[in-house]
Design a protein around this ligand. Structure first.
Ligand code: TXA
Ligand code: MG
Length: 323
């Protein structure tokens, strides 16, 4: 396993070839880092599950370079989904659509739908284009962390998570810090109206403004199988996360910069706004673990815009009973 920095065009070409030959490649996206494999290669996809320690009925997102390749993977695509794709792709949004025969059970967890995303990160997009130019159809890429853990937002975090599990011919492409820092918004487009399965940078308000129709609130209980990310205690560091509690001396503390640090607490991040909050959150939780901090107190931002997604991830992290 190697971390490859300064990813030139030829390095990206080699990485695409490695993917095509069946090897895993971890790569940056604008949301979080992904652990990539050829989405049509059953053995390579099985390797993703092995490296992540993830149950095999949890479906994966297929990444493609452009909306033009969408109909290879998805059929009966509703008009509103096309509108969403045209507005927010490339970008931090995943659409769940009816699958074609290309999307096998080993990608969808046996469901009739498939999750598709066109990332905007230039390295990711170049990698996908090279992969497709070699005859590839799409790259399955879950977040590059062990199952249930915090998603990595830089290449060092990928190494911390998966370094012990990756083989020599499996590489990590370094593309710096992920711009957004939390996972994509997942939108279920298999019904007459869209519903959000996982909140993210693309918000309910943005979707409603675009489509001029109401977006359904997710029913997280029904969604346990549809989107495992929607099950509780998912995005968890080793430290216990406490929301709006009272921080004792030595505890970690994360809040907007305008909120002062309680005396004796260890400030882990001081984001100036919600976007910065999303960007630093996972790094701050990792920092807590690396400092051996046992309890992290967080004051979440208001549940507005990307604040909804931040609150969603923090609530899950706080319910962790230590996996
Ligand atoms: O931002 C992201 O989406 C990142 C980057 C790497 O693209 N990927 C990511 O993948 O977060 P992962 O595997 O950690 O989360 C994918 C989520 C899971 O909760 C999964 O259940 C859901 O997508 N999903 C995949 N296919 C689905 C389907 N057919 N129906 C419903 N949910 C699905
Ligand atoms: Mg994940």
């Amino acid at each position: 396993m190697a971390i490859i920095s300064n990813c030139t065009a030829s390095i990206i070409k080699d990485a695409a070839l490695a993917l095509k030959q069946g090897h895993l490649v971890a790569f940056p996206t604008e949301t979080v880092y992904g652990l990539g494999a050829d989405a049509t290669n059953e053995k390579s996809v099985a390797r993703i599950y092995e490296v992540k320690g993830r149950p095999t009925d949890h479906p994966l997102i297929v990444h493609i370079s452009s909306i033009n390749n969408l109909d290879k993977w998805a059929k009966d695509i509703p008009e509103y989904a096309i509108k969403l794709a045209r507005a927010f792709w490339p970008g931090p949004m995943t659409l769940v659509l009816k699958r074609t025969d290309l999307a096998k059970d080993f990608i969808t967890g046996g469901q009739d739908s498939v999750a598709i995303r066109v990332p905007s990160n230039t390295l990711a997009n170049q990698l996908l284009r090279e992969f497709e130019s070699l005859g590839g159809y799409g790259v399955a890429a879950p977040s590059a962390n062990r199952f249930g853990k915090v998603s990595p937002t830089n290449s060092q975090a990928v190494e911390e998570e998966l370094g012990n599990f990756l083989l020599e011919n499996e590489q990590i492409l370094d593309g710096g810090q992920s711009q957004i820092g939390i996972e994509s918004t997942i939108i279920d487009c298999t019904t007459n109206s869209p519903s959000i399965l996982r909140p993210g940078y693309v918000t309910k308000e943005m979707i409603q403004a675009l489509l001029g129709k109401k977006v359904l609130e997710p029913d997280f209980h029904k969604l346990q199988i549809k989107a495992p990310g929607s099950s509780e205690s998912h995005y968890s560091p080793i430290a216990q996360v406490v929301i709006n509690g009272f921080a004792n001396s030595g505890d970690g503390f994360i809040a907007l910069s305008e909120i002062p640090t309680p005396s004796g607490a260890v400030r882990l991040a001081s984001p100036r706004n919600k976007l910065e909050y999303a960007n630093v959150l996972y790094r701050a939780l990792r920092l807590a673990d690396s400092k051996g901090i046992k309890t992290v107190h967080v004051i979440p931002p208001v549940k507005q815009g990307i604040g909804v997604a931040i609150n969603n991830r923090l609530t899950k992290a706080s319910k962790n009973l230590r996996i």
